[in-house]
Write a protein that binds this ligand. Structure first.
Ligand SMILES: Nc1ncnc2c1ncn2[C@@H]1O[C@H](COP(=O)(O)OP(=O)(O)O)[C@@H](O)[C@H]1O
Ligand SMILES: [Mg+2]
Length: 312
C-alpha cells in the first residue's frame, strides 16, 4: 500500500521508515530496495528466508523493544566515489603476503560464503552485494552497528567475500576496530604487518608501501590489526583518511571496513567522512529499535547506504 508520510513527496515510504532509515536532508532520490535478512553462523539449520518486502520498524520501537527478525534494509543511491576522481598521483605500492586457509584448523564459523557457499545464508549475502552495487558501486564501505557483538565482522567478511567471489571484483577487507580486532583470527593468520601500525606510519609518510595479506582462494586482500600488538585504543581519523585516499588508488573496486560500533566514541563519524557509505548492521532479537534509531541519528544520514538485519 502506498502511504504518504510527512516527507509526503516521497510516495511509498511511510513515515516510520523515514524516521529510521533516512532523514530530511538526505539526498534525493531515495531508492528503496527490498533486501534480505541474513542468518548468522549460529542460525539453526543454515537456511534463510528470502525477504520480499521492506517493512518499517515495529510501532513500539520508541519503547526500545527488540526488533523482530524482519527485513529492514534500504539502500540509498550513492552518487560518487566508486569511480574515484581521476588522480595524477602514483598508485600505492602494495606488498602482498600470501596466506592459505589452514586445512587442519576448524574454520571460523563467520566465513559463511567459504564454508557454505551454496547455502541460503550465503545467497543472502549475494543479495546484499547486489543491492550495494545498485547503490552506485561505493568504493569504500564502512560496516558498523550500534553496539558490539551485533554482527559487524560477520557482515563485513561475507560482504567482502561476496563482492570478491570468483574474482569478479578486486576487494580489500580492512579493520579499524582497534580495541577488538578480529580479522586475523577469522582467517587464521598472524598479520605480517599490523594494519593499525601501518595507518600510523602512513600518516606521516603516505607514500610508504603497504603490506597486506592475499588469500588467493578467496580472491581477497586483507588488512588486519595484530591483536597482540600494542596500539592506540582509538582510531586516528586523519591517518585513516590518508590511508583511504591512497588505497583508493590501489586498483580496488571495493574496500570494506570492519569498523567499531557507533556508540561510545565518534570513530564511525570520523570514518564515514573518508568513506562512500555506511552499512548499519542490526542483530535480530538483540539490537533494539531505539538503538538503531540513535545510531542512524549519530551517523550522517546521507552516508547510510542501508541497514542489514542479521536474523537469529
Ligand atoms: N544475529 C546473530 N545471531 C546470533 N549470533 C550472532 C548474530 N550476529 C553475530 N552473532 C555471533 O556473535 C558473535 C559476534 O559476531 P561478530 O560478527 O563478530 O559481531 P561484531 O563484529 O559486531 O562484534 C559471533 O560469534 C557471531 O556468530
Ligand atoms: Mg567485530
Amino acid at each position: 500500500m502506498t502511504k504518504r508520510g510527512k516527507f509526503g513527496d516521497r510516495p511509498g515510504i511511510p513515515d516510520d521508515d523515514l524516521d529510521v532509515q533516512t532523514r530530511a536532508g538526505a539526498p534525493m532520490p531515495l531508492v528503496t530496495h527490498p533486501m534480505a535478512a541474513v542468518r548468522p553462523p549460529t542460525g539453526g539449520d543454515g537456511g534463510a528466508r528470502a525477504l520480499a518486502h521492506t517493512v518499517p520498524l515495529p510501532p513500539d520501537s520508541e519503547r526500545g523493544m527488540a526488533i523482530e527478525p524482519r527485513p529492514t534494509v534500504t539502500m540509498q543511491r550513492f552518487e560518487g566515489g566508486a569511480l574515484a576522481p581521476a588522480s595524477r598521483e602514483p598508485p600505492p605500492e602494495i606488498g602482498l603476503t600470501q596466506h592459505h586457509l589452514p586445512d587442519d584448523a576448524t574454520p571460523d564459523p563467520r566465513l559463511i560464503l567459504h564454508l557454505a557457499p551454496d547455502s541460503e545464508r550465503a545467497a543472502q549475502f549475494r543479495v546484499l552485494r547486489h543491492h550495494l552495487l545498485e547503490c552506485g558501486r561505493p568504493q569504500v564501505v564502512v560496516v558498523t552497528s550500534p553496539k558490539g557483538g551485533e554482527g559487524k565482522t560477520t557482515t563485513a567478511v561475507n560482504l567482502a567475500l561476496a563482492l570478491a567471489e570468483c574474482g569478479r571484483a578486486k576487494v580489500l577487507l580492512a579493520e579499524t576496530h582497534l580495541r577488538r580486532p578480529q580479522l586475523a583470527g577469522v582467517f587464521r593468520f598472524v598479520p605480517p604487518w599490523c594494519f593499525a601500525e601501518q595507518l600510523a606510519a602512513h600518516r606521516h609518510q603516505p607514500l610508504l608501501p603497504w603490506g597486506l595479506v592475499d588469500i588467493p582462494q578467496l580472491w581477497l586482500h586483507v588488512g588486519a590489526v595484530n591483536p597482540r600488538a600494542e596500539q592506540a585504543q582509538l582510531l586516528d581519523a586523519p591517518a585513516f583518511a590518508i590511508a583511504m585516499e591512497r588505497l583508493r588508488l590501489g586498483g580496488y573496486d571495493h574496500i570494506v571496513i570492519d569498523a567499531p560500533p557507533v556508540f561510545g566514541t565518534a570513530e564511525v563519524n570520523l570514518l564515514q567522512d573518508a568513506a562512500d557509505g555506511v552499512v548499519l548492521v542490526a542483530r535480530g532479537k538483540h539490537t533494539t529499535a531505539r538503538d538503531l534509531r540513535r545510531a542512524v541519528d549519530q551517523i550522517t544520514a546521507s552516508k547510510v547506504l542501508g541497514t542489514v538485519l542479521l536474523e537469529e
